[in-house]
Design a protein around this ligand. Structure first.
Ligand code: ZN
Length: 90
């Protein structure tokens, strides 16, 4: 069973194992039986950096930076245009 992280209002972070199907239902703290909120672990915490070569420099920026995205689109459009021009000349 997968391990999930919850946060108890009294005890703080609590790890629970339960079937994936129970993800959407509330879980209570095993100690104080308060309802706990699921903690979503950020991607970069569990994805080792050596498993994503180049991601830091390009992929991540593309997600975060709208300028980067539009520049990438422009470059793609230019590349297509250049290709078409080459085809027309030959
Ligand atoms: Zn608790």
């Amino acid at each position: 069973m997968p391990l999930y992280q919850y946060r108890c209002p009294v005890h703080g972070p609590v790890e629970l194992r339960h079937p994936m199907a129970e993800c959407g239902i509330p879980h209570e703290c095993p100690d104080c039986h308060q309802e706990m909120r699921r903690v979503f672990v950020a991607l970069h915490h569990w994805w080792p950096s050596n498993h994503r070569p180049g991601f830091e420099n390009s992929g991540q920026r593309a997600f975060l930076d709208p300028d980067f995205q539009s520049r990438a689109r422009d470059q793609l459009a230019e590349a297509k245009e250049a290709h078409v021009n080459r085809e027309a000349k030959s």
